[in-house]
Design a protein around this ligand. Structure first.
Ligand code: BES
Ligand code: MN
Ligand code: ZN
Length: 501
């Protein structure tokens, strides 16, 4: 998809389609009014006859409107003017894009970016429009034998801004929006790929492929032999029941000076989580191919930062592993010695993510990081607590938590903080080892965070539980690419790029 911004008047546009808003009840936006005047009341006449009320998401496609240079005019219901919030804005854009894609307009000029959205500026509106457009047109067809794509798909879209003064912000928004949308697509593609194809080695290959296109990226990998030398017994134990080798992929983005301490992102990369010997129930187990959603979002975010060539050092770690039952698999009762030297009593082999992450989090100490953020589909409890709308943020450093929540707010990629109070630590005590790998039913997301916090004392750290947000289930199931927008925003902020008008 090709995007651009422009500041022009609607009646001068010569395009396959021009998109303008109508508020409820039957009230023209100022751009729609301009078209109405030129067309001698053609649009207001239609509204008077009751063809369009202006309810959010209503669409009316007109052809050959008198005196209008464009072939089509798409009227889009925007709801009550004063109620237009960001959620509704995104829904309206999404519906518009799908309509354009299905009705033969291969290009369009869209004036919806001029709508007034509560406390959001032009940069935000254009960037969200770019991201939402790509999101709405995404499909995963690689493994369908018949692709069934639109016959005349939308190829080119111009977003209009009110005055020339907003053009630089709009152009920046397109550039950032495209980079983020690319990262989101990378994350979705790798997460949607089935587990018989997407294994830890596949994650490494995807990282290598992205690195061939971006000079700032360098890839390293740590396989089982090296993990054994490093004493990563906990990580290795989880993968022991699988025929697929555990591989930790490390992506270096060198955008800053060589002395500058890096920001490290670590993603849980369970390419399939059967639960292991503590086997999961069969219903919906297929969705556990998404248990590498954390690694997918780190991969996607690294793609974004490479595209934007952010002037800071960032390291992305994809902790690839597969959790399977097997004669050689680890078991409940096993006591593992982690890379940190701390021991863990395994009470449930399905609480495997923390066992992989704890060693990855110890491993990254060698980079002397400025900040470490891990991202993981870690607990079902997180889905119970926050549902599918917000990711959880837990941190040992308040300023970092605030920075992440800020980035979440800016990028409209929702997140909510949960506490890491010491009181919860006692739930993971063990009589035989330094800790147990589960802490009982209460506060499951927090006790998982507490477990990880015992391995992250040497740096500023935050943990994101994305169990509810990384994918949607049911018949429209698919990866969301979250939290690539939030992580990208966090890094864009760290790099000092402008993300306002
Ligand atoms: N990957 C799962 C968490 C998960 C479950 C994410 C469902 C999204 C949807 C994780 O490895 C897991 O199985 N966690 C267990 C932990 C429990 C055994 C303490 C869980 O949440 O049930
Ligand atoms: Mn599990
Ligand atoms: Zn898991």
């Amino acid at each position: 998809m090709e995007f651009s911004v422009k500041s022009g008047s609607p009646e001068k546009q010569r395009s396959a389609c021009i998109v303008v808003g109508v508020f409820e009840p039957r009230r023209l936006t100022s751009v729609a009014e301009q078209l109405d005047e030129i067309s001698e009341g053609y649009i207001s006449n239609l509204l008077r006859r009751g063809d369009l009320e202006g309810k959010p998401g209503q669409m009316l496609l007109l052809h050959h409107v008198p005196n209008i240079l464009s072939e089509r005019v798409l009227l889009v219901g925007c709801g009550k003017e004063r109620e237009l919030d960001e959620r509704q804005y995104k829904q309206i854009i999404s519906k518009t894009i799908k309509t354009l894609n299905e009705t033969g307009s291969m290009e369009a000029v869209c004036f919806l970016t001029e709508l007034h959205v509560k406390s959001r500026d032009t940069y935000w509106k254009v960037r969200q429009a770019v991201e939402t457009t790509n999101d709405s047109l995404y499909s995963f067809l690689q493994l369908k034998s018949k692709k069934g794509e639109a016959r005349r798909p939308l190829r080119k879209i111009v977003f209009n801004v009110p005055t020339r003064r907003e053009l630089p912000a709009g152009e920046r928004a397109v550039e950032h929006g495209l980079a983020i949308a690319t990262g989101v697509k990378t994350a979705k593609d790798v997460a949607n790929m089935p587990p018989n194809i997407c294994n830890p080695a596949y994650l490494l290959e995807q990282a290598q492929e992205i690195a061939t296109e971006h000079d700032s990226l360098q890839i390293e990998s740590v396989g089982e032999e090296q993990m054994a030398e490093l004493g990563m017994q906990s990580y290795l134990a989880v993968g022991r029941g699988s025929v697929n080798e555990s591989i930790m992929t490390i992506m270096h983005h060198k955008g800053g000076t060589s002395g500058q301490a890096p920001i490290v992102l670590v993603g849980k990369g369970l390419t399939f989580d059967s639960g292991g010997i503590s086997l999961k129930p069969g219903d919906g187990m297929d969705e556990m191919k998404y248990d590498m959603g954390g690694a997918a979002s780190v991969l996607g975010t690294m793609h974004t930062v490479a595209m934007l060539n952010l002037p800071i050092n960032i390291i992305g770690v994809l902790a690839g592993c597969e959790n399977m039952p097997d004669a050689n698999a680890y078991r409940p009762g096993d006591i593992l010695t982690t890379m940190s030297g701390q021991t863990v009593e395994v009470l449930n082999t399905d609480a495997e993510g923390r066992l992989v992450l704890c060693d990855a989090l110890t491993y990254v100490e060698r980079f002397e990081p400025e900040t470490v953020v891990d991202v993981a589909t870690l607990t079902g409890a997180c889905v119970i607590a926050l549902g599918k709308h917000a990711s959880a943020v837990l941190s040992n450093h308040n300023p970092l938590a605030h920075e992440l929540l800020n980035a979440s707010e800016q990028s409209s990629d929702k997140a909510w903080r949960m506490p890491l109070w010491d009181e919860y630590q006692e739930q993971i005590e063990s009589p035989f080892a330094d800790m147990a790998n589960i802490g009982g039913r209460p506060a499951g997301t927090i006790t998982a965070g507490c477990f990880l916090s015992r391995f992250t004392k040497k740096y500023n750290w935050a943990h994101m539980d994305i169990a509810g947000t990384a994918w949607v289930g049911g018949k429209n199931k698919g990866a969301t690419g979250r939290p690539v927008p939030m992580l990208s925003q966090f890094l864009i902020n760290r790099a000092g790029l402008e993300t306002e008008d």
